[in-house]
Write a protein that binds this ligand. Structure first.
Ligand code: SAH
Length: 226
């Protein structure tokens, strides 16, 4: 899978793409991520990419032209299954959306900044608008990283224990069961006995019970959506 990210701050991605599971997914060839500096597509002498909002008001608006040139350039090279814009008023990103996007071969993610992006970009190019939560970030870069991470870890083969990604919270509308490792007794705080029993059937029953009770307690809305 290939993800093209359009951003004013490509440097923000280096640490995230160069560490942990994302790095492994890229090294193993499951994932390619390319960042594109929108400023490279500005025809302005000063590489300007934003301007004052029509109608007045605070904040700068990202201009259509450099973004359009960048998107057109990429579209000329391959077909995109989705051209996604990060936006606080977009569709809520969740595990279901991550699963859906992970099936695609080529996606583009556009990161806004400042007051936002000229509305005509949405009308002309964008196939999906995605929000990572009900709060406003200063830019779409963190949202793009959140999406890239959530998508990459479920591509088959990326996490060595394939079953692990599928047993995570939300995959079946349930939160995950608590996990423990050594020591089995830490200053009197003991690991539940059943996990030390070696009885696989009892362990999986206990885990499922824990998933249900946690979900009922913390996120009853997930059960209602079943
Ligand atoms: N004025 C806009 C916010 C702009 S924030 C509004 O009130 O809706 C600048 C950029 O950050 C946005 O263009 C978007 O790309 C990104 N962004 C901010 N919050 C986000 C969120 N919750 N999810 C995804 N992207 C977000």
């Amino acid at each position: 899978m290939r993800i093209d990210i359009l951003t004013l701050f490509p440097g923000m991605f280096d640490g995230v793409l160069g560490s942990s599971i994302l790095k492994r997914a890229i090294d193993k060839g499951f994932l390619e991520v390319f960042t594109h500096d929108i400023r490279d597509y500005s025809n302005d002498r000063h590489r300007r990419v934003d301007d004052y909002p029509f109608g007045g008001g605070a904040g700068m608006v990202m201009m259509v032209e450099p973004i359009a040139r960048c998107i057109e350039h990429l579209k000329g090279q391959r077909n995109y299954d989705a051209i996604i814009m990060t936006a606080p008023d977009g569709e809520a990103f969740n595990q279901h959306k991550a699963n859906q996007l992970s099936m695609f071969n080529n996606i583009m993610i556009l990161c806004g900044h400042y007051k936002g992006i000229d509305e005509r970009v949405r009308e002309m190019f964008i196939t999906e608008e995605v929000s990572i939560g009900d709060y406003v970030l200063s830019g779409g870069e963190l949202a793009a990283m959140v999406m890239t991470d959530a998508i990459a870890r479920i591509i088959p083969g990326v996490i060595s224990d394939g079953a692990s990604a599928l047993s995570d919270s939300f995959q079946d509308n349930l939160l995950s069961a608590p996990v423990y490792t050594r020591p089995s007794d830490y200053n009197g705080h003991k690991v539940p006995e059943v996990l030390l029993s070696g009885n696989d059937r009892l362990i999986s029953e206990w885990r499922y019970e824990q998933q249900l009770s946690r979900t009922r307690e913390r996120r009853p809305d997930l059960l209602e959506n079943e």
